[in-house]
Design a protein around this ligand. Structure first.
Ligand SMILES: [Mg+2]
Length: 203
């Protein structure tokens, strides 16, 4: 799918150059003038993340994203949980309550510890947790979603609309994150977007 994405995006590029138009015009035109974005701030050490978060917020970002944790065993120590909380607290203390914090588990956690982390993180009001488990363990998302109110994001390791089919149908994921360069390109991802509307009946 990465190879197909490469060809797909090259073809959009050629067509855009031929018509001297940006791709969004070829796809029907722009829909918005601005969009909220987050800035990556790392996340391995509390002192680093606090400083990094403050810096990007000062440049105008209203949201940040950071690593949640190092790799965790299926059942791991509360020490690692405490370290995760320590880093989130450092960011909250640096930037206050109004800044969005996305916390990327990066597929480094399995269901048992993901449930514990989600529960422990909830008081700090994260914007979302990302990849609480690897995509091949997506069946665990139901149980994780049922024990937290934090929105769940996933999708960067899912490679076509067929990979997204069950999570769209099941409804336990709140944010999908297809990587255009690995999920078949602009064309495949547009189909996924249309499908998302159809399945979830969202705007
Ligand atoms: Mg990620």
């Amino acid at each position: 799918m990465s190879a197909i994405a490469g060809i797909d995006q090259a073809l959009w590029e050629l067509k855009g150059k031929y018509y001297n138009a940006p791709v969004y015009d070829l796809m029907g035109g722009g829909c918005r003038d601005s969009i909220r974005v987050y800035s990556w701030i790392g996340g391995d050490r509390p002192s680093d993340v606090g400083v990094a978060a403050k810096k990007v917020v000062e440049t105008g970002f209203t949201a940040v994203k950071m690593n949640g944790t190092e790799e965790m065993q299926c059942i791991d120590s509360y020490d690692k949980v405490d370290q995760t909380i320590e880093r989130i607290v450092a960011v909250r203390e640096a930037v206050g309550n109004d800044i969005g914090i996305g916390i990327d588990f990066h597929g480094r956690v399995h269901k048992p510890m993901a449930k514990i982390l989600a529960k422990e993180l909830e008081p700090y009001r994260p914007m979302f947790i990302e990849e609480p488990v690897l995509a091949e363990n997506n069946e665990a998302l139901r149980e994780i979603a049922n024990c937290t109110h934090i929105p769940i994001a996933t999708g960067e390791r899912m490679f076509s609309r067929w990979d997204f089919k069950s999570i769209l149908a099941d409804g336990y994921v709140d944010i999908i994150q297809p990587d255009l360069s690995h999920a078949g390109g602009i064309t495949e991802t547009k189909k996924l977007q249309l499908w998302r509307k159809h399945i979830s009946c969202e705007e």
